[in-house]
Design a protein. Structure first.
Length: 335
């Protein structure tokens, strides 16, 4: 049986910090409101020279280093993003051009759930024997599409990238189960008009109205609290595990209150729940792989530990998976 073990991880965020104090000077908000309603204290935002591609490539290079591989060893690159540098070509091809190598490359679009969706796709390619070593990247630069006069959205988002390397292994490592879901009827609760191919409508929207991200926060909040706990619990059950078998819960970092509610639903103690949104805010598709990379770097779990990755976002879409960690000492197939 072929498994898709995670053998490398990495992350990258822009240098530029946007703190709650900075936002207090930009819109009618307070540090107290942002911290108590979201848990966010600061976020990283793209500055001069930062692009979706530059962040993705930096995270990918870190993941390759951990795996002890180079770009030439990779035979597929899958990038999850809703903020590619260009619509044509794919973000994955832009990344491949800078990384080097000749890997096949394509994007997956599922907004904040994109990385977990992409991980499931990439794992299947390996499990089916189509690919041997795959780079999976979650990256977004949503702050380029944020209206910094809209206090309801501008306090929430940051930019960044996270990446993992998946390799074929005969050890039971990597994704053990996956739960994917979507409810397109909820698309109006979190969306960005004017980025797409509705021409000439989109051109008019960009020039005459607001092309920015728009959100019905309370509706998304209610949806998130429900699906995060339910999808995670279903993924654990599908993996044939109990909640006590989970070493670490690695959720999408959108709102501390959403994460805490899901953790309570799953009866997980705080030390088993990774939270870093105080420093990065909501980085969309990058959120889960950044959290994973940080927790791994911090030594919060060991080889063989079971982790739950869970995300939700625009679509509305959601995804949860149980991953058995396997960075160290996992025998590879076909070295
Ligand atoms: O990846 C998925 C992305 N999206 C999400 O995860 C968003 C999910 N939703 C949320 O996280 C929360 O709904 C928010 C953090 C966006 C908002 O928190 P809330 O507790 O649902 O606040 P609310 O929308 O009910 O607003 C409460 C009050 C309102 O004022 P009034 O009408 O009570 O006078 C808002 O105008 O807070 C006001 N408000 C703010 N005040 C200060 C909204 N944003 C701000 C702000 N600073 N930044």
């Amino acid at each position: 049986m072929r498994h898709a073990a995670i053998t490398g991880y990495g992350m990258a965020v822009p240098q530029k910090v946007l703190s709650n104090a900075d936002l207090e000077r930009m819109v009618d908000t307070t540090d107290e409101w942002i911290v108590s309603r979201t848990g966010i204290r600061e976020r990283r935002v793209v500055g001069t020279g930062d692009t979706t591609t530059s962040l993705a490539v930096a995270a990918a290079r870190n993941a390759l280093t951990v795996a002890g591989l180079t770009a030439d060893d990779i035979d597929l690159i899958v990038v999850a993003t809703c903020t590619p540098d260009q619509f044509v070509v794919s973000e994955a091809c832009l990344v491949q051009a800078q990384l080097g190598g000749t890997a096949a490359a394509f994007d997956v679009g599922a907004a904040c759930s994109g990385f977990v969706y992409a991980l499931s796709v990439a794992s299947l390619y390996i499990q089916q024997g189509l690919h041997q070593r795959v780079l999976v990247i979650g990256v977004d630069t949503l702050t380029r599409f944020i209206d910094y006069t809209d206090r309801a959205t501008c306090v929430l988002f940051g930019d960044g990238a996270g990446a993992v390397v998946l390799e074929a292994s005969d050890q039971e490592r990597g994704l053990l189960s996956i739960v994917l879901g979507a409810d397109g009827t909820g698309s109006q609760h979190l969306f960005a008009p004017g980025w797409g191919a509705l021409v000439p409508e989109s051109a008019m929207l960009v020039s005459e109205t607001r092309p920015y991200l728009q959100m019905n926060g309370q509706e998304v909040f209610r949806f998130a609290v429900r699906v995060m706990g339910d999808a995670a619990a279903e993924a654990v059950e599908k993996a044939g595990l109990a909640l006590e078998d989970i070493a670490m819960f690695v959720p999408h970092q959108a709102n501390k209150r959403i994460i805490d509610a899901a953790a309570r639903r799953l009866n997980l103690p705080p030390e088993k729940v990774w939270q870093n949104l105080d420093r990065y805010g909501n980085t969309s598709a990058a959120s889960v792989p950044i959290a994973l990379a940080e927790a791994a770097h911090d030594g919060r779990f060991e080889e063989g530990d079971n982790l739950v990755l869970v995300a939700f976002g625009a679509g509305l879409a959601w995804a949860a998976g149980v991953v058995r960690w396997g960075v160290a000492g996992v025998p590879r197939l076909n070295q």
